[in-house]
Design a protein around this ligand. Structure first.
Ligand SMILES: *[C@@H]1O[C@H](CO)[C@@H](O)[C@H](O)[C@H]1NC(C)=O
Ligand SMILES: *[C@@H]1O[C@H](CO)[C@@H](O)[C@H](O)[C@H]1NC(C)=O
Ligand SMILES: *[C@@H]1O[C@H](CO)[C@@H](O)[C@H](O)[C@H]1NC(C)=O
Ligand SMILES: *[C@@H]1O[C@H](CO)[C@@H](O)[C@H](O)[C@H]1NC(C)=O
Length: 392
């Protein structure tokens, strides 16, 4: 399963971007453009419009059941009973930077389609605007699913970004944001951010702020606060899948906001950074951090591959840090592209990751949610469309 592999390629393209501006998403008219029903196995290579296939997992237990685009068995309630105390909250942290025209790679410069516009709903986007739209959509989903959450965007100070959204804070961090260094810089930025939280000890006394570090091409579709309640002992949480070479995905890292949780998570990431620098610095720029993450985890927990086979959460200790391993199937869900085995969408899916060529689907999904106000119905759209390769 090369499930979580292609995401990084897109992440690299997606970071290159400015994001600013107030929310200007147009209301999507699903019926303006007919949705093509695509039942065949061979999906077109890169589609510029929404394509719906069959919904996988129909008839299977604990899987989302859809009739058309209506969810038949998934009702997402505000999880108030499981929610955190009011003295605790969860913030999201993501890394962004901007690449202007002169930063383009050679490959992009010779690609004449680089600046071509694409249309989603009734809005046309340049490449830069697409990335801004993805960022806005990332923020939108958090503000729907977890309205008490804040969002920190770790940026290159040289990028001089601005963003005009409530509860979104830019956090510039000096560093090397060259494309080939971006995954390395990302871990460095996470470490700097955690260090800055440790400096704010006085603020930690009255309230606890947990952190979830994610890619920006994810949709948070449920309130993740319960994670910190239901698993009260972990310092740091990672997502895993049954993949021999890349069992861990770095697109979702949760950190408990206690001084202990922050300190131990920082030490853990420092080790990952060291392994990245010493062993994987020449690995594809897209993979270094995942390889380093897997190396660190396996070097401490030789038995762990067994655990990765079953998509069930488990904990283990690494250098005094209690690490919670969460299944990608629920906390970092991506349908397999193309012909891989696909057993549908778990009913308790929390995070959908629009890896690889699925960015268009992320915007289409938000537009569909905006129109229907139904996260479950939107998940049917994603389930039926997630294996398609889109044009961005
Ligand atoms: C683009 O990047 C180049 C090289 O870093 C810089 O000299 C130039 O001022 C930048 N242009 C804009 C519009 O930011
Ligand atoms: C989000 O922003 C609004 C408006 O500024 C503010 O009232 C609210 O308290 C903020 N929420 C959080 C979680 O900070
Ligand atoms: C990475 O590649 C460079 C240039 O090819 C080489 O000099 C260096 O030793 C390599 N580093 C590692 C850790 O393999
Ligand atoms: C849909 O988008 C409009 C315009 O941004 C916004 O006012 C409205 O609240 C959104 N609806 C939902 C359900 O998010």
């Amino acid at each position: 399963m090369a499930l979580c592999r292609a995401w990084r390629a897109l992440f690299i393209f997606l970071l290159p971007l400015i994001f600013t501006l107030p929310l200007l998403l147009s209301v999507f008219e699903l019926h303006q453009k007919p949705i093509q029903q695509e039942q065949k196995r061979n999906f077109p290579k890169k589609s510029d419009h929404l394509i719906l296939g069959p919904a996988a997992g129909q008839g299977l237990p604990k899987r989302l059941q859809c009739e058309g685009l209506k969810a038949m068995n998934l009702i997402i309630l505000p999880s108030s009973q499981k929610n955190l105390d009011t003295s605790e909250k969860v913030s999201f942290v993501s890394v962004f930077t901007v690449y202007n025209t002169s930063h383009r790679t050679e490959l992009e410069s010779i690609n004449e389609n680089f600046d071509s516009k694409v249309i989603v709903g009734s809005t046309s986007y340049t490449r830069t605007e697409r990335s801004m739209a993805i960022l806005k959509t990332f923020i939108n989903f958090i503000q729907v699913s977890m309205p008490r959450s804040c969002i920190f965007l770790l940026t290159d100070p040289a990028a001089e970004l601005t963003i005009d959204r409530n509860n979104v804070t830019l956090f510039p961090i000096l560093g090397d944001y060259a494309r080939g260094q971006l995954m390395l810089q990302r871990i460095r930025s996470y470490i700097v951010f955690l260090e800055s939280r440790l400096q704010q000890k006085h603020e930690m006394q009255n309230s606890i702020n947990h952190y979830i570090f994610t890619d920006s091409d994810v949709a948070i579709v449920n309130d993740l606060g319960h994670l910190f309640k239901n698993y009260p002992d972990f310092h740091l949480a990672l997502t895993f899948r049954n993949n021999k070479d890349q069992p861990l995905n770095s697109g979702f890292i949760a950190v408990r906001g206690t001084p202990d949780g922050i300190r131990k998570s920082k030490i853990f990431l420092e080790e990952v950074l060291e392994i990245y620098s010493s062993k994987y610095i020449n690995a594809s720029r897209m993979l270094g951090d995942q390889l380093a993450l897997a190396w660190v985890v396996r070097s401490h927990l030789s038995f762990i591959t067994e655990h990765f086979r079953k998509p069930e959460a488990f904990s283990a200790e690494i250098k005094g840090a209690s690490v919670l391993f969460l299944p990608c199937a629920i906390f970092n869900w991506t349908p397999p592209e193309g012909a891989g085995q696909f057993h549908g969408m778990p009913l308790n899916v929390q995070v959908v990751h629009f890896k690889g060529s699925r960015k268009r689907l992320m915007l289409e999904s938000w537009n569909y949610y905006n129109k229907t106000s139904s996260i479950p119905d939107m998940l049917c759209l994603i389930l039926r469309s997630g294996r398609t390769k889109y044009d961005f």
